[in-house]
Design a protein around this ligand. Sequence first.
Ligand code: COA
Ligand code: AMP
Length: 629
Amino acid sequence: MGYHAEYTASLQDPESYWLKAAEAIDWDVAPTQALFDRGDHIYEWFADTRVNTCYNAVDRHVENGRADQAAIIYDSPITGRKSTTTYAELQTRVAALAGGLAAKGVTKGDRVIIYMPMVPEALEAMLACARIGAVHSVVFGGFAANELAVRIDDCTPKAIIAASCGLEPNRVVAYKPLIDGAIELADHTPEFTVILQREENPCELGVNDVDWYDFQQGTTPAPCVPVEGTHPAYILYTSGTTGAPKGVVRPTAGHLVALNWTMKNIYDVDPGDVFWAASDVGWVVGHSYICYAPLIAGNTTVVFEGKPVGTPDASTFWRVISEHNVRSFFTAPTAIRAVKRDDPEGKLAANFDLSGLRALYLAGERADPDTIEWAQELLGKPVYDHWWQTETGYTIAGNPAGLEALPVKIGSPTVPMPGYDVQILDDAGHPLPAGELGAIVVKLPLPPGTLPTLWNAPERFKKSYLHAFPGYYETGDAGMIDDDGYLYIMARTDDVINVAGHRLSTGGMEEVLAGHKDVAECAVIGVTDQLKGQMPVGFLCLNTASKRDHAEVVAECVKRVRDQIGPVAAFKLAVVVDRLPKTRSGKILRGTMVNIADNTPFKMPATIDDPAILDEIKVALQSIGYAAG
Ligand code: COA
Ligand code: AMP
């Protein structure tokens, strides 16, 4: 069947469609029914099953002839280390780590926070949790202690599994002080922390800390514990409109079925092929495509501890692809832009044999046409943009290259994937005709593997995603569908911005800025950035009594965001202004401020309180190099 037939079948008879896809999974109790309608627009998939994710990602491959195949290739241009872990070795290591966790009382349903850099042990920790039915929540290393504390309080983990440090090209990031700081800030206290000591910066262990290796000594390797199909495989926090992150819950069975389906149909890899997603385990791309999907499908996954440029140069991607014979490669457009900036003519790629590479996949932010065209020309291979979110865990719209490669239209991530009935609605919820811009929604139910709820926040789940358009999931993106059914993603409809492929909340940054003693009011917007897609810019109105030097306040605010959210927020620019532009009802006109910064034409908002403020904003932006002309 080609794409259109598959897509139609998935919407007309989702039951048969997903039961068929489920046959590729090894079940302890196989599904007799796929979809369960729980009423009030709440659905579950494969609720009558029992299954174990780690068994499907590791053990079954050992049993089925892949014991000696590489499961993980670790390549760290930062340390110069490389290693290969076979499926049999991975099974031994994961079972031992899971045994250590079980011996310390971690059991099915307990939460475990994982705070680790890009090392194979991060995947082992995720799989060890899955093995015993513990629910992991991986926290990205670029977040500060405060963000870690928020996650500790929300998911109340029994344990933390961490490394002593992460390695950025320009510095060693000591994790232990961040963990200690987070535990100090949090109300909840995890029982213990397992620390993987890295030679670049080993740390001193406290009374509640155990060494990664000591902790596994003398314990019994843990078997795989079958869990209900709806059991949470993991919680992954992502940015929403406010500073409180949303804990996206991933259901076990749907995750297995859907991710396995994507490896052949979207990424066109067969078991045994090498697949590489150059992202980080702290993001959803890392969960789905560094850890779970390639392993579930019996591929070899690459754990890359480096950057697209500077480790050591813009040839690193090409070196890794040729050295490890990568067949499908996935990264964020910003990473390709960074390579292009350092090596505009792509000369470095010529030094490597890239003949094994079949295609480049881009996601995480808008893929600009220049970047796609540059990569297409350089590689002489298809470049596929695809669109998805932490909430879905895999592609909503993409090019199903393994099923039927559709013509690429630059600027579009192509078409909705099976199970996703994507529609464009106006503000009142009416369907819009082809070519018209509106809210991108997905008719419920969403397909398997997508979020069934938010951790600890079922009402927030409904409010954030289900209330605006009853019967539909609100993606938070705006866009349109053309006459050929191709989707175009134009902008977010909320206060989320995308900086270097990282999803960040401007509302969260505003909360931090508002906490500064001299700041009376503030706004953060995402302005267009050539490299990172967007960059946050803060506008600060100071208390009338404040006589502080503006530059000093700005520097303190920049430090504050770095300390409280983390370096990943990339918050470096702020200006002091007298007033913020608002509507008469007091809503800050952030969109108009973005237009001014980016020099894009805009209509004067009819409800603006005082248009003169826009001139002041322009002058302020010009003082930091934006709104030229
Ligand atoms: N731990 C600690 N700090 C981290 C970190 C981590 N895991 N990841 C990033 N940071 C820090 C960086 O060191 C940087 O700190 P600095 O302000 O001291 O320089 C800051 O966070 C901002 O990082 P980033 O936005 O990534 O910018 P950069 O200038 O370091 O690198 C790119 C730019 C384009 C090379 C880089 O963003 C990149 O590789 N992007 C790919 C994006 C990606 O994989 N996204 C995942 C979704 S698919
Ligand atoms: P995240 O949850 O971090 O994966 O971020 C999801 C958001 O990133 C989406 O809602 C979009 O706003 C944006 N995004 C992801 N992929 C794309 C893409 N291919 N094109 C445009 N925007 C994208």
